[in-house]
Design a protein around this ligand. Sequence first.
Ligand SMILES: Nc1nc2c(ncn2[C@@H]2O[C@H](COP(=O)(O)OP(=O)(O)OP(=O)(O)O)[C@@H](O)[C@H]2O)c(=O)[nH]1
Ligand SMILES: [Mg+2]
Ligand SMILES: [Zn+2]
Length: 360
Amino acid sequence: LLDSYGWSATLQRQFQPHAARGLIPARVTVQHRGLYRLACDHGDLSAELSGRFLHDAEGGDHPVAGDWVAAALRPEAGAAIIRHVLPRFSAFVRRAAGPRHGAQVVAANVDLALLTASLNGDLNLRRLERYLVTARESRAEPVIVLTKADMCEDVETRVAQVRDVALGIPVHAVSALTGQGLEALTRLLGPGRTAVLLGSSGVGKSTLVNALAGQEVMATQAIREDDAHGRHTTTHRELVLLPGGGLVLDTPGMRELGLWDSEAGVAATFADVQSQVDALAARCRFGDCAHAGEPGCAVAAALADGTLDEGRWRSYGKLQRELNHLALREDPIARNKVRKTWIAVNKAQRAAYRRRWSDD
Ligand SMILES: Nc1nc2c(ncn2[C@@H]2O[C@H](COP(=O)(O)OP(=O)(O)OP(=O)(O)O)[C@@H](O)[C@H]2O)c(=O)[nH]1
Ligand SMILES: [Mg+2]
Ligand SMILES: [Zn+2]
């Protein structure tokens, strides 16, 4: 059973010290507040966190859906206690929503980040850029999925607009209703490969899971008629094993996606803008031009005549300011702790990944 959930030789090695202490390996399939469901060789278990997670600050990051954990079986049938989280090879991390500061890990150990937006209504490219930044930072492979193609008159134009900001990241138009594009998605999800669906409420994430699974696994609900917003139908995260052997993780729709520690992600997402600005800067009147209203600014001229896309330029600046603000405000110790839990082990891998994105 573990193999079908993507267990690997690397994980097996990392698990050795826990095995020596009599713990069993398992993957978190459902996460709902403090309650978990685990998949393991003993079947499906319900689990809670150990006291160390709950009371000890050193317990680190709580497990999330997709995590591999070391658990202790309890005397009651089908129950376990989660003692450790194994190092994550990828994590989609955002700034926690609402007044709570800090990072929130939305999904862990995913190979693919399916960034969803609906073709029903206005496409928000600026929001999509946020998803791209966070996904490029996650070490999962980003793929853009435009849903509800059956409700759009001009799919090709929309796809082209999205491609302009995707900088080579694949874009798929799909419809759960007609089946358009589903085969292409299924092909991306080979056996043991995990994809997470991310996006706003109502875009059709759960409907897509059901279509891929070939059965009603997740509840779905019509969007609001007045403003076409979703109703936040899904309230927990759930990893679903597909008939073809792939795994897809459904998540609750996000109201906002605040950036967390994403310098490399921002740089990669706006690499085109940055190289354009680098070239223009040589023609600014002042050598130290900040392109913020100085006379004789070549960037301002390019914005005025449309050679530089104003929407993207503004978006780039906004996200950079958001990161600077975060760096000043957040407690560096808290930030380090989050980084530590999933980055330390794979530092070299991460460097290689960054090179991969910065090369293009
Ligand atoms: N026409 C059409 N409607 C769709 C499609 N996919 C989803 N819908 C509808 O969109 C509505 C919302 O779908 P959900 O799957 O519940 O959306 P969700 O993204 O899971 O929303 P949250 O769980 O709130 O985040 C439902 O009424 C679906 O029937 C599609 O491809 N075409
Ligand atoms: Mg849903
Ligand atoms: Zn300038």
